[in-house]
Write a protein that binds this ligand. Structure first.
Ligand SMILES: Nc1ncnc2c1ncn2[C@@H]1O[C@H](COP(=O)(O)OP(=O)(O)OP(=O)(O)O)[C@@H](O)[C@H]1O
Ligand code: SF4
Ligand SMILES: [Mg+2]
Length: 409
């Protein structure tokens, strides 16, 4: 399996230097008791995930409910231990550290924001105490320095000093999420992981929180992993987008390549489900339900819903295909932004090509050469800017499991 340093399009981070965080061949399997399965069964929550995050990069993770987005987010922040595989932070393996070392070194560098701020915050503590908590736990600074830092963080996230002594129940949902963000930033992390940070909020405050996150990311130079059902928001927030399906990463692409130059049929279907005024597309409606994570289909796990599926798709997992790999094979060449996918019969890009043929990059390529070649392109379509985030765009319906249907071709 080939892994590539994720980097924002055109940024220096694409140089192949050690990424901030690297997830390598990670599987997460939950053992469950199930009456249906008579005894125990396995839930394959994450399968062979490979992802690298460069300093300052924002990676968006999308996919239908249950596809493993939160599991991957938890693996990244060290809340979920992989059943198999490795997570390296600044080149050091997370799960080879002692628990103390992990908390001391890694815990300080990574902050997490959860979906629902009302359950993520201790209801009995004051706002000032909640924000100071990570500093207390890690013994950072004197008590005066912590008080000052709390004030600084409250100002940074737009909280009035008047709420310092309030408890979470006295704040609005948007203010509570600002508290959660301030707490996540308390130790000056290098990476912020936000799992559906706005889905529990009113539409009217979603844009404010998203704009705050974008602003903080730029001001503080944070790397960010952003998980959401809201495709348009993910496009606006991210440098790169990871599409997941049934526990697997189906495609990773620079945000500018989505949706016109998405190769994986599932990416096409997912992104077509959120209409855009700039790029009106016919929604691709998928038929059938998402298969069970206890018994995923053989070969390509999307084959039971894919309109392009053939016997080949059932027989073997498609190899990883990296777009623009031919150029990347020349080590002296300027590295291209990462774009890779797994599909035997990829969609052809809507936009014209101007670069290299894709190249398969791993040993799962047991079949003959991919006859459905596609090309690499310089990105010319821009994803919506941060400024374009507004309440209206955030109100778009998110695709839910089973809601995508495609007529059989
Ligand atoms: N502790 C657990 N025990 C058993 N199964 C689990 C556990 N946690 C997650 N799963 C299963 O793993 C799969 C992936 O779950 P995950 O929460 O990562 O999905 P998700 O993409 O975040 O979904 P959503 O969009 O609904 O939040 C699902 O099938 C889920 O039911
Ligand atoms: S490998 Fe086959 S089933 Fe899977 S997405 Fe590609 S065409 Fe569809
Ligand atoms: Mg989730």
């Amino acid at each position: 399996m080939t892994d590539v340093v994720a980097a924002p399009p055109g940024a220096a981070a694409a140089t192949g230097s050690e990424p901030l965080l690297r997830v390598q061949g990670v599987h997460v399997v939950h053992r469950i008791r199930s009456r249906k399965l008579i005894g125990h069964g396995n839930v394959y929550a994450l399968t062979d995930a490979n992802l690298s995050i460069a300093a300052g990069e924002t990676v968006g993770i999308v996919g239908e409910s249950g596809c493993g987005k939160s599991t991957l987010a938890k693996v990244i922040v060290g809340l979920q231990r992989p059943t198999e595989g490795a997570v390296n932070f600044r080149g050091t393996s997370l799960w080879e550290m002692s628990q103390k070392q992990r908390a001391r070194q890694f815990g300080r560098e990574v902050g997490m924001i959860f979906q629902d701020p009302s359950t993520a915050l201790n209801r009995r503590l004051s706002i000032a105490k909640i924000i100071a908590d990570p500093m207390d736990v890690h013994g950072v600074g004197s008590s005066r320095q912590r008080r000052e830092r709390v004030q600084e963080l409250m100002a940074l996230v737009g909280l009035p000093t008047s709420v310092a002594d309030a408890v979470p129940g006295q704040l609005s949902g948007g203010q509570r999420q600002r508290v959660a963000i301030a707490r996540a930033l308390a130790l000056d992390p290098a990476l912020l992981v936000a799992d559906e940070p706005t889905s529990a909020l009113d539409v009217s405050v979603r844009a404010q929180i998203l704009n705050l996150l974008m602003d903080l990311k730029d001001r503080l130079g944070l790397a960010m992993v952003f998980v959401s059902h809201d495709i348009q928001t993910v496009q606006a927030m991210s440098d790169r987008i990871v599409t997941m399906y049934l526990g697997r990463i189906a495609e990773q692409a620079p945000a500018n390549d989505i949706p016109d130059r998405a190769y994986h049929p599932y990416s096409r279907a997912l992104f077509s489900a959120t209409p855009s005024l700039l790029r009106p597309t016919e929604p691709i409606v998928l038929s059938g339900a998402v298969p069970s994570a206890t018994n995923p289909p053989s070969g390509c796990n999307f084959r039971t819903r894919c309109w392009k599926a053939t016997d080949e798709c059932a027989n073997a997992l498609p190899p990883l295909t990296r777009v623009g790999a031919a150029a990347q094979a020349d080590e002296t060449a300027e590295p291209l932004p990462l774009h890779e996918y797994r599909c035997w019969h990829p969609e052809l890009p809507d936009a014209p090509s101007d670069a290299a043929e894709p190249l398969k990059t791993d040993s799962t390529d047991t079949h003959s050469a991919n006859t459905h070649s596609a090309d690499t392109h310089a990105s010319d379509a821009q994803s919506p800017s941060a400024e374009s985030l507004n309440a209206e765009s955030l109100n778009a319906e998110s695709p839910k499991a089973g809601s995508l249907k495609k007529e059989q071709a």
